[in-house]
Design a protein. Structure first.
Lengths: 119, 109
């Protein structure tokens, strides 16, 4: 199916365990993003990637690791999960960096989200 | 630093009443502003962007650089407008989206 998909949709894990959230897009978009959504905080950027093998930190990167070996995949790993990482995680992709006037206006397409609970 | 402020966590209006979701931003350059919407059990999606000057589902938003605001408006609310609304900002071509904390709109029949 075309689009952007996240897996798993729901995950419960224990404190201290490593967990990886997957994100896959079929458009060959250059840019991919990971956000977490928390009550009272809205969406906060964790990491983003401009292309394969290029990643940058966002607002809240601590405790997370990303990789982008292929354009279509952008997995997010929690190396040692903590309760404060309980959240809903959204992956997004876009053709260009948003608001790029040279490329043309574009939008970010979001995955359906992964609800992660750390117990 | 870029910042987006949505002062209302929850906004309840009656069906047919006007709606205004407030968004203020702080940014020193030329920002691009967006409104994203998340309906129940659906993914986040773009509603509109200031550069397009379009009306989507009856919603409009005007960028006011003097007041640094990008309020979302609709003259007559519908029940299907009930959703979470996020205002977002980016530097022109260089930075990822920065989101506000969101406003939950509840339209009461």
């Amino acid at each position: 199916d075309a689009g952007i998909t996240q897996s798993p949709r729901y995950k419960i894990t224990e404190t201290g365990r490593q967990v990886t959230l997957m994100c896959h897009q079929t458009w060959s978009h250059s840019y991919m993003f990971w956000y977490r959504q928390d009550l009272g905080h809205g969406l906060r950027l964790i990491y983003y990637s401009a292309a394969a093998d290029i990643t940058d930190k966002g607002e809240v990167p601590d405790g997370y690791v990303v990789s982008r070996s292929k354009t279509e995949n952008f997995p997010l790993t929690l190396e040692s999960a903590t309760r404060s990482q309980t959240s809903v995680y959204f992956c997004a992709s876009s053709e260009s960096m948003l608001g790029d006037r040279e490329v043309g206006h574009t939008e970010a397409f979001f995955g359906q989200g992964t609800r992660l609970t750390v117990v | 630093a870029q910042r987006v402020t949505q002062p209302e966590k929850l906004l309840s209006v009656f069906k047919g009443a006007p709606v205004e979701l407030k968004c203020n931003y702080s940014y020193s350059g030329s920002p691009e502003l967006f409104w994203y919407v998340q309906y129940s059990r659906q993914r986040l999606q773009l509603l509109l962007r200031h550069i397009s000057r379009e009306s989507i589902k009856g919603f409009t938003a005007d960028l006011n650089k003097g007041e640094t605001s990008f309020h979302l408006k609709k003259p007559f609310a519908q029940e299907e407008d009930s959703a979470m609304y996020y205002c977002a900002l980016t530097n022109s071509g260089n930075t990822p989206l920065v989101f506000g904390k969101g406003t939950r709109l509840s339209v009461i029949a």
